[in-house]
Design a protein. Structure first.
Length: 369
C-alpha cells in the first residue's frame, strides 16, 4: 500500500480508535472518518453472535431505502456476506456480486438506493476471535480494486483490535465492580448485619426479663424493628453478592424470595440461553419487583413468568396484593420502578405496569436479544 493518502487515513483512524472507550461511538467515528477520506460513500457494521444472529451496530450515509422502518432491511433476514461469515468462509475483503438487502429494499419499497447496488465486505476480527463485518459501498460501483480492498482490510484489522481492547477493558471494569461489591457485602455482613442480629437478641432478652407490660411491649417493638432491618440488610447483601445465579434465573429469584420471606412461583417457557447483560437485567428487575412487593403489597406470594422467543424475552411479575393508582407515579416516582424502567430502556425493551387498589400489580417487560 504505497498511496500516501491511505497512510494518512490509517493514522487518523488509529488515533481515533486509541481515544475511544465506548464501542458504538468508536465504530461510528471510525466509519465516518474512513468514508470521508476515501471514495467509498456508505458503510455499515454488523455484529454477529455465536448463534448466527446479526445486529446493525453502526452505519453512515445509508441510502433512504435502507433507512426505512429503523433500518428494517438491514436487520431482518440473512444475506450472502453474513451467511459466509457464519460458515467461516469469509476470510478477507471481498466484492459482493449483488446485495440481497439492497435488492429487497428496492423491490418492496420502490425507493432509491442512491445508485448503490453492490458493496465490499470484510470480517472484523482480532487473532482467532471474530466479531462481525464491515461493509462499504459507492454509487455506480459494482466492484472495487485490489488497492481499495487492501485498505479496507487494514482498517478492519485496526477496528478489530480496538473492539478487543474495549471488550477487555469492560471485562476488567466488571471484575473490579464485582470485587468492590463483594468487599462491601463482606463489610456489611461483618459489621451492620451482626449489630442488628445482636440487637434482635438483646431486645428478645429484655422482653423476657421484665414483667412490666409497657416495657415488654417496647422491647417487642424494638425486636420487630431490628428483625425487619436485619431482613432488609440480608436482602441488600444478597443483591450485592447473589448466590445461585449460576443455577439459573429461576433458582436465583427463589433464593432471593427466601431472604425476603416471599413464596415465589416461577414458570419458564422456551430455552433460556441469554446474553449476560440480558440475564442480569432480568434478575435485577425481578429483585426490584420482589422488594416492592414485600414492602408495599401486604402479601407473601408472588408469581413470575419468563418466556423465551426467537428474538426476545418476555417477563411478567404478578402479585395479588394491595395495588395502587399508577397515575401517582407521575407525581411521586418510585425509585424501584424508575430503576426497572431504566434497565429496560438501556436494552431497548418495553416496560408496562398495571395496578389498582385492591387488585394487585402486574409488571410486563419485553427485552430483545
Amino acid at each position: 500500500m504505497n498511496n500516501p493518502s491511505h497512510v494518512v487515513i490509517l493514522k487518523e483512524i488509529a488515533e481515533l480508535l486509541n481515544e475511544e472507550t465506548e464501542l458504538e461511538s468508536m465504530l461510528e467515528g471510525a466509519l465516518k472518518k474512513f468514508l470521508d477520506g476515501t471514495d467509498f460513500h456508505a458503510g455499515w457494521v454488523f455484529f454477529i453472535e455465536e448463534d448466527g444472529r446479526h445486529s446493525l451496530i453502526a452505519h453512515h450515509h445509508l441510502p433512504e431505502a435502507l433507512l426505512e422502518k429503523d433500518c428494517y432491511f438491514m436487520k431482518a433476514g440473512g444475506c450472502w456476506c453474513v451467511n459466509r461469515f457464519k460458515r467461516g468462509s469469509l476470510k478477507k475483503a471481498s466484492n459482493i456480486i449483488e446485495c440481497k438487502r439492497i435488492v429487497e429494499a428496492v423491490d418492496r419499497k420502490r425507493e432509491s438506493t442512491d445508485g448503490i447496488t453492490h458493496h465490499a465486505t470484510v470480517p472484523l476480527q482480532s487473532g482467532n476471535e471474530r466479531f462481525g463485518l464491515l461493509n462499504v459501498a459507492t454509487p455506480g460501483r459494482r466492484e472495487f480494486g485490489h488497492e481499495e480492498l487492501a485498505l479496507l482490510e487494514s482498517v478492519a484489522f485496526q477496528i478489530g483490535s480496538a473492539i478487543k481492547r474495549i471488550q477487555l477493558t469492560k471485562k476488567e471494569q466488571e471484575i473490579a465492580l464485582m470485587q468492590e461489591r463483594n468487599r462491601l457485602a463482606r463489610d456489611l455482613h461483618d459489621s451492620v448485619n451482626q449489630l442488628l442480629f445482636s440487637m434482635t437478641l438483646t431486645a428478645r432478652g429484655g422482653a423476657e426479663m421484665t414483667e412490666q407490660k409497657e416495657v415488654k411491649e417496647t422491647f417487642h417493638g424494638l425486636q420487630s424493628l431490628a428483625q425487619e432491618a436485619l431482613t432488609e440488610m440480608r436482602a441488600l447483601i444478597w443483591q450485592l453478592r447473589p448466590k445461585g445465579v449460576e443455577g439459573g434465573i429461576s433458582e436465583a429469584v427463589k433464593g432471593f424470595g427466601e431472604i425476603l420471606g416471599l413464596t415465589v412461583e416461577v414458570k419458564v417457557s422456551g430455552v433460556l440461553n441469554l446474553p449476560a447483560r440480558v440475564e442480569e437485567a432480568i434478575f435485577r428487575i425481578t429483585q426490584e419487583a420482589m422488594t416492592n412487593c414485600k414492602r408495599h403489597a401486604g402479601i407473601d406470594e408472588i408469581f413470575i413468568w419468563i418466556e423465551a422467543f426467537e428474538d426476545r424475552i418476555s417477563l411478567i411479575i404478578r402479585d395479588f396484593g394491595q395495588g395502587f393508582y399508577t397515575d401517582h407515579l407521575d407525581r411521586l416516582p418510585s425509585i424501584g420502578i424508575s430503576s426497572m424502567k431504566e434497565r429496560t430502556r438501556i436494552l431497548n425493551g418495553t416496560f408496562h405496569i398495571q395496578s389498582a387498589p385492591g387488585k394487585g400489580t402486574q409488571i410486563q417487560i419485553s427485552l430483545p436479544y
